[in-house]
Structures are given as structure tokens and as C-alpha cells.
Write a new protein. Sequence first.
Lengths: 343, 204, 327
Amino acid sequence: MNKTLLLAIFVVVVVALGVTAAAVYRYKSTGSKPTNSSYYPVTLKDASGRNITLYAQPTRIVSLAPSDTQILVSLGLGKELVGVDYYSYLLLKYLNDTSELPQNVTVFSPSLSPNISGIVALRPNIVIDELGLIGDYSAQLSEAGLTTFYTNDDYAGNYTAIEGSIALLGKLFDRNTQAMELINWMNSRIQTYESRGYTSVAYLLWINPDHTFYTAGSNTFINTILNLSGGVNVFSNSTGYPVLSPESLVLEDPQVIIAQELTNLSYTLYMINTTLGISNVSAYANHRVYVMSENLPTFLLDEPGPLSVYAIQMINLAIKGDAPSYISSAWVESELNVTLPVF
Amino acid sequence: MEDVGLEFTRGLNVILGPNGSGKTTLLRCIIGMLKPQAGNIRIEEGETSYAPAEYFGAEMSVLDVLLSGGSGRDYASYLEPFGLQAFLDRNFSSLSTGEKRMVLIAKALAEGDVVLMDEPTSGLDLKNQVKLRVILAGIKHKVIVASTHDITFAQGADRVTLLKSGRILAHGEAERVLTEELLTQLYEVRVRRVSVDGHTLFLT
Amino acid sequence: MKSTRIALFSLIFFFSIFASLIYGEVYIPPSALLHPHGVYSIILERIRIPTVLAAATIGASLGVCGAVMQMLLRNPLMDPYVSGTASGGAFGAVLSYFLLAFNLPFAFLVYVSPLIAFAFALLSTFITIAIGKRTGVYGLVVGGVVVAFIFSSAVTILTTLISNRYPFVPSVTFWLQGQIVVVGWRRDLGLFALTAILVLLGLRHARRIDLVAISDEMSYARGINPNTYRYVWVILVSLVSGYIVSLVGIVGFVGIIVPHIVRRTLGGSTTKLVPYSALLGSPILLLANILSSGILGTVIPVTAITSLAAAPIIVYVMVRGIADKRY
């Protein structure tokens, strides 16, 4: 036999083996719990409008959004989480709840882009994330052969939407009872802390070097919290997360200003103090400016999950004037006794 | 360039040489753009001006080109012989190559007591070449130094310097310098000098 | 005919100042301009008026800087950021944020981030000159491009790292975007001084700049060393544009487009370019800034709007101007 023919046969064999291996790998279902129940398969529509089908109870879950992680842990799925993002883990650390996760859980380092090979290496049955966080990378996750299910609670205008998300995840994971219990828990907390009022509040998400600032408009989750805490968002005639100038702040003249910490307190205070026209804003003149430290307080307010009900209480205390001007993680922990219920 | 020892006086001084002989280099040394490694260059008195072979065709009026540099001199007497009065409002960049060169030559003649010109006849048509030669012949109170490889232009000079590969071959009155031997040596082609109707012509 | 164009430019200038005082993120009724009261008087006095003056001054400055650079570098597409000032300044500012974000030594520099931005803008200028030193006109252009690439890449790296660490925080692209929304009186003083110096020097040196544009040899003959002359102007332009970047970020396009419009309508000598680029640069930036500064519901980077607004103007001027080469 001549050399060319030999080479050709060799190449064909290698390619065939490669293709077979890839096919076997892709269709191998790993770690599925053999179950006799007829609950699975289940098909549900996720927040991106896709129909996702699960054929068996997932035992390996990856969550990339802290709000979703809260829900999953609360539904009793903590031990099934093989991989979480950095901030999910940080949040659980603050709550001293890392024991809810498996000992060898993989924590992905903070990054705007998901560590796709890292996720694939965990061989998860399903990956949960927020639509707003995954963005265009969703295509890449699908390409990599991962089953994904997305929520979209960042733009939840009210708690009904979030509770809908919880119910949906409960259905997905055959945890319907627990989902109901979680929803009830949240509702009772909301009723306890909820108060309606007319205090005008300006929320400063981030202040730019020229003192223009990002804030939250009417269709955001933060706006919902402000309303439930007894406040009125002065910027509710905007939508999304617009950038506004101090002119608007002076014009709206809020009674309370709540600002997220700009990585460190003295810099935050400096930026607020040097904003043009600030001395004429009621909130500033009456010492009603509250800075929320990053980490726990920011998590509670920014993450549309079950723990956000504590944010209602936190903001309410600020609006009533019963909060310190620097709302620190320590204060929140001791004052609010933040606990994530696990069912 | 080597061992260049020259003196240029009032009237038309022409530096004649083939391409790459160092004519432009010499002119650039005179204005201070290039520094000689040894020796010095002295301008006895007066302002220096330069009419370049290459320049940027700027988008401004001819008048603005003439006024650039702010010398404050009077250009009027130099515009007329060149027929440039009608051009003052025109956009410099829209002129033809020859017209642009004439503007810069007129500017140099008006502004300088020592006027340097790099290949002034290049780009000029026959009529304008003649015009230029007539005008230059009439200016006796300025030191004009013009580089060229055009022998006919050199004929009208008061003094001619032959420059070959950076060395001076000869320097003196046009009559004495523009000889068959020297020109043949300069251009490395056989040059013949003939008289026709009282005019001297150079043929190859 | 020419005087009507000048009159038109002046009219546009005054109209744009008036419009900018009224229209912005907060609408201030014209009656409040005459009799300021309450909240309007605070907004006007502390924020609106100094910001409008800043925008007018910046527009004029950038127009003049662009005009001078286009002449000296013989390139109609030059802008004031030719020496890499823009990316240098942006890098300095983002660096100070980076130090803050990661709690590194010198994190306190964020309090003087405009100063750091300015320092790096100047540094980029000196690097550009060092690179381009030998090779005359093109050396500066190439040097500027290289410097711009280096600093832009560095900015990208830093902002990515910061975004990773603080996902809740909007991308630190403030300086790259450019917005003239809030400038106080204190900063205005510096702007006025630098712009006045720039315009006055530009007028005094107009004829010389013209000469350097036409020919290096002619410049030497007149006693001007064109390379040194260019460097001095690049440094001055970088001082002004670096200061602007440190205050409001990178405001692009004005420096390129305004001199073009002046060149086509009034003539391309520096004697015309300097005063009229200043006169036209202000309204173009002011009008773009009205749209940029929140009137559309959120602040939008001003460069996006200047390019959209100026494009039809330049198309019109170019199409009409091609056939007509007389001034």
C-alpha cells in the first residue's frame, strides 16, 4: 500500500473517533437522579421566551446571579449548586450561610464575561442567570452545549414579578411547596415593613467625576423598593438608569438622598459635598443624606431576590430618620437580623 | 559637499549642475536649514528670502500667500511684471503649477535682499520662462542665487558656478565658465557650443 | 457677501448662547432669565451660566486648536488631540480611579483626578514630540497616532479590570465620552485664561503660521525654525486641550469640522481661521450640548451629537464648494 493511502485511512479513523467521542460526550447525561416520579420531563418558558425542557431532576446546578442564588438556596437546593459566581458567594458569606453550599463548590472570579470552559468543566445539568447579566454571552453558553434558564428580575416593576420567578423556579426543580413557603415568607415580611408615604427621595447609584449621576427610573426594581418603604422616587418620570445632572437634583429638591458608596466613604462624601448647588437641596441642608456601603446594604437593595424584603425595612428606617448617615454592613446585620430562610 | 568656497554678489548668480549635485543642499545651508559640518556662511546684510521647488499648495488666497510671514514689504511692483494683480483673490491651491511658482518667486523677490531660488524655471512654460529671465536681468540691486540644470537660464546670469557631485568645477562670469569642456565634464555628455545669428546655443 | 457670512456666524453665536441658557436638562423659561427667582436662580447662577460659558469657551478653543494644527501639520484632518492628548488625559483620569477602586497606594489622587489627567495629557505630548523629533511634519503625526494607541489600550485594560471588580458600577467611560454638563466658575477661570491666550497668540502669529504651512525653506529664510515652531504650538495646543479633557472628557469632531467650514466659506488663511473658528466653534458645541445635557431624558456624550449635527453642514459646504474656488 502506498504512503498516501495509508495517511488517508489514518486521518479518516482519527476524525471518526473524534466525532464519535464528541457525540458521546454531548449526549451523556451525567449525575441525573434516577427517579420513579412522573414529574419529569417538565417544559417551561424562561424570561427570554425560550421553552426549556428538563428530563430529570437536576443534581448539578450553576448559578451566575446573586438574586437567583438566593432563591435556589432558599428552595433547599443549596447542596446541588456546584458552581456560583463571586458575588453570590460573597453574599452568602455575609449571611454566614456558605455551609448551605457543597464543600467543594466552584466560585468563579468576578468578571464581566462568564468563564464558559470553567462552567462546562463542572458538567452542570442547568445554568441559571439573569438576562441582564448574561447579555450577549447567552449565545456562547448555548453553543457550548449548556442548558440554560434565565430570569429577568432586574426589571421587575413589582414583587409580583419576582414571586412569579420564584414560582417558576420552584416548578423547574420540583420544589413547588418550598416556593409557596418562600413567597409567603416574603409577603409577610413585606406587609410588616411596608409603609406608604410621600417623602421625596433621590437615589444616587453612582456619581461621575463631573457630578452628573446615575439614578433609577420608574420601571426599575429599586423604584419599587422606594415606593414600598414610604418614599417617592423624585426621578420616577424617567425610565431605566438615566444619567442626570445636579440641575435636576436642585429642581426636584428631595427631602432624602440615598447614595451608593463610591468605593470608599470619604470620596463619596467629597463628591456629594462638592456638587454644585447641593447646599440648596433640602436633603443636604437638613442632614438627610445617607450613604449605603457596598457589600451587604448594596446587595439587599440591588439584588431582586427574597432578601430584598429587608431592603424595604432598611430604606424605611432611613426615610424615618432612624438610620445612621453611613449605613454599613455591620449596622444592617445587627439591626435587621438578615436571615435567608431555607425550606 | 566638499570645500565649497564661494561669494555671491549683487545681480544674478546661477548654480548650474546636474540632478543630485548638491544645488538644493547648498541653498538649504545658506538659509540655515542644514548645518555645515565645518566652515561658516555669512550674509552681509539685508533680509533673506527663498522661492522653493516644493511647497504645500495651501488653501488660501494668493494675497494671503504673499502676506504670509508678515514681512511688510511692498509686493505691488513685483506683481505687475508677472501679471499677478488679477490673481490676488484666487485660491492659491487652484492655480496651475506654473502660476503657483510665479507667485512664490514674486514673493521672494519682493521680500528679500538676498533671494534664493530653487530651480525657478521648472514648471514654467516657455513664455513665463522668458518673462522670468527678463525680470531677473532687470534686478541689479539684490543678490539673487538661483539653482538650475537649465543651461539657457544660466546664460543670462552675471556669474555662474558649476557644481558637480558636491564640488565646484568652476566659478566666474558666464562667458568664461560655460565652455564646451567644462559643460561636457559637468554633464558627462558631449556638449557643443554653437553660434547662430549672434546667439550662443548649447547642443548635445 | 463675506460680511453677510460673518454676520450670520455672529447671529448663530448669540442665538446659541440664549438657547443654551433656556434649554437644558431643566427648562428655564425666558422670563426667569430676566427675573431669576427661587430654584431657577440657583440653577442659573451655580450651574447653568458657568456651564454655558464653559461650553462656549471650549468650542472656541477646540476650533482654534484644530485650525492651527491643520495649518502647521499641512493636514486638513488634524484635530487638537494630534499629540495623543486625548488618550493621555483619559488614561490619567482612569488611572486615578483605578487606584481608588483597588485601594492601591496613591488612591488619594482621585481627589485631584483632573490634575492627573492634565499631567498625563502633557506627558503624552512630550512622548509624541520625542518620537517625532527627527522627521519633520509626518513625524509628529505618526508619533501622535502611536501614543494614542498605547494610552487607549491602557485605558481599555484598566476599565475592564475596574468593571470586573465593581459590576454594580457603570462603566468608567466618563472621560472617553465627553460631556459638558456641569462646570463651575472656578474651572471657568482657567478655561477663559487659556482660551484668551490661545486666540491672542493665534492672531498675532497668524501670518507666520501661514508661512510655516506653505514651506519649511521659506520659513527658515524668514528666520523661523519650522520644527521648533511646530513643537511650541503643539505644546500650547496640548496644554489647552489637555485641560479641557481633564474637565469634560474627550470632545471630538469640533476641532476638525469647524476649521473646514470656515475655510470653505471665508478663506483658509490663519488670519481668518483663528477668529472665525472661535466664533463658529462656540455655537456648534453649545447647540450640540443642549441635546447632550439631559434634555432627551438622560445625558448623552456630546461627541455623538456634534458629529451628527455637523455632518450635514460639511456635506453641504463641500458639495457647494467644489465648483467654487473663489473667495
